[in-house]
Design a protein. Structure first.
Length: 489
């Protein structure tokens, strides 16, 4: 266990279950245990159970067995369970935030914000549980009636990423519970602790055994493969890379598995010359530096109109260069570490490639000395069009700035990617705002704001960024089937 932990941090870790949760019981994994690493030091925090394929199948067995009874639970009862879980998370927000910081590295302030954001999905879907409805209408001929009803899809496999270890869980579990679906959840290997703490809260909130089952594994493909191939599984919801998403789609195609895919991004951040530059820089900091840039919504490419590009880059470099890098549990820290050595190396390689092709680092551009997987906030100017970081998701605190001549050029640059999750636009021209947002090939747009995520809004992308929506009224539809009844009258 890392030697830097204080008494409070050890107490938070010790309070978290370390086992698999299957059929309402905590149990060891058949593959022994696996380590959870502290990205701020590179040392191990603790060990958690490591699931085998047989463990995963046992979790699916439990979900299948619980499905008929759970589907019959009154919507109000399902909503009340989510409401109690929401209140418990709010009561324990400080402990959950510290736990998240320990396993993922993000600063405490950001971890607290994620706890609040994640809890909101439970409150939102607690209210949506009682609003599942259908319709009744006369047939066009007048000689019959058309009745539709919504029913739960059935057992679901929910695969969550490491970058938002609590919120990505609540964003999937909340609508599944509200809709009446049972679940097997596989959290990311790097960050299982937040999910385990959440499962304990759902258990205490009264969720029946077998409805929510959680398995962690160091060999995700081998462990989850048999579940995806099992015809009893009805839905897969995945948040992660496009590469892995493609493989999961191929696996799920054999059973025509219903899919929701929230995949990679390459978000453009457009700044027009009429924008408030101070406001745009503030939005850029949110869009780029939230979660140290380790977010699918992170601004990946900054396109600024030529007349203000130098000023914008200078202001952004000043603000990013002043951010304090350090261990997330230090209250003064603004930028924590990358998740692991591989991610740190990837970010460094992308920056080195850009600089080698002619880009100039206005600030940062190197790996700091010392332990942990840190990378300093970096702003690059004069970025050439062939730089690898313009094509690949950086997932780190690096902002490449490029200039454009006019609106058409900005939109062409923004759309010149296979990805289409989110884009950001800064302009004070209302007509331009509508023109640009309608032409952007993305599922979401941040207009004069650097954060788009909201539990009440549909989150999702187009093109290689996936399909399906999470959050909002649309989010629960992903877990419901529509049944049509033709009535002869």
């Amino acid at each position: 266990m890392t030697s830097l932990l204080g008494a409070q941090e050890r107490a938070v870790l010790d309070a978290v279950p370390r086992q698999l949760y299957i059929g309402g019981r905590w149990r060891d994994g058949e593959q022994g245990t696996m380590a959870v690493e502290d990205p701020a030091t590179g040392e191990d925090l603790c060990e958690v159970a490591n699931a085998s394929p047989a463990d995963a199948m046992a979790a699916l067995d439990a979900a299948v067995a619980a499905q008929p009874t759970w589907a019959q639970h009154a919507p109000r009862e399902r909503g009340e369970i989510l409401r109690r879980a929401f209140e418990a998370i709010m009561d324990r927000s400080d402990e959950l935030a510290l736990l998240m910081t320990l396993e993922m590295g993000k600063p405490l302030a950001e971890a607290r914000a994620e706890v609040l954001y994640g809890a909101e999905f439970l409150r939102w879907f607690a209210e949506e549980a009682v609003r599942i409805d259908g319709r009744f209408a006369a047939a066009p001929t007048g000689r019959g009636r058309l009745l539709t009803m919504k029913q739960p899809v059935g057992p679901c496999l929910l695969i969550t990423p490491w970058n938002f270890p609590l919120a990505m869980g609540t964003r999937k579990v909340g609508p599944a519970v509200a809709a009446g679906c049972t679940m097997v959840v596989k959290p990311a290997q790097q960050t299982p602790l937040s999910m385990l703490a959440f499962v304990r809260i759902m258990e205490e909130a009264g969720l029946p055994g077998g409805v929510l089952n959680v398995v962690m594994s160091s060999q995700a493909g081998a462990t989850m493969g048999p579940l995806i191939a099992d015809s009893r599984l009805r839905k897969l919801s995945f948040t992660g890379s496009t590469e892995v998403g493609r493989r999961l789609m191929e696996q799920g195609s054999a059973n025509l598995l219903r899919l929701s895919m929230e995949l990679g991004g390459n978000a453009p951040f457009l700044v027009f010359e009429d924008a408030d530059l101070e406001d745009a820089v503030g939005g850029a900091l949110l869009a780029k530096m939230r979660n140290m840039g380790e977010a699918c919504t992170a601004a990946n490419r900054f396109y600024v109109q030529a007349s203000v590009a130098d000023e914008f880059a200078t202001l952004l470099a000043e603000r990013m260069g002043a951010m304090r890098v350090g261990r997330g549990s230090d209250a003064a820290t603004e930028v924590g570490p990358m998740i692991d050595a591989a991610q740190q190396a990837k970010v460094a390689a992308l920056v080195d490639d850009a600089v080698g092709r002619g880009a100039r680092a206005l600030v940062g551009g190197r790996v700091p000395e010392g332990a942990g997987y840190f990378y300093g906030p970096t702003v690059l100017s004069n970025v050439p069009a062939d730089a690898e970081l313009l094509r690949e998701e950086i997932f780190g605190p690096v902002a490449p700035v490029l200039s454009f001549a006019d609106e058409d050029a900005a939109i062409a640059a923004a759309n010149s990617t296979n990805y289409g999750l989110v884009a950001y636009v800064y302009t004070r021209d209302l007509e331009r705002a509508f023109r640009v947002t309608e032409r952007l090939e993305t599922g979401m747009v941040g207009l004069n704001q650097g954060i788009v995520s909201n539990a009440a809004a549909p989150f999702g992308g187009v093109k290689h960024s996936g399909f399906g929506r999470e959050g909002g009224r649309e989010g629960i539809d992903e877990y419901l089937e529509t049944k049509y009844v033709a009535m002869r009258l």
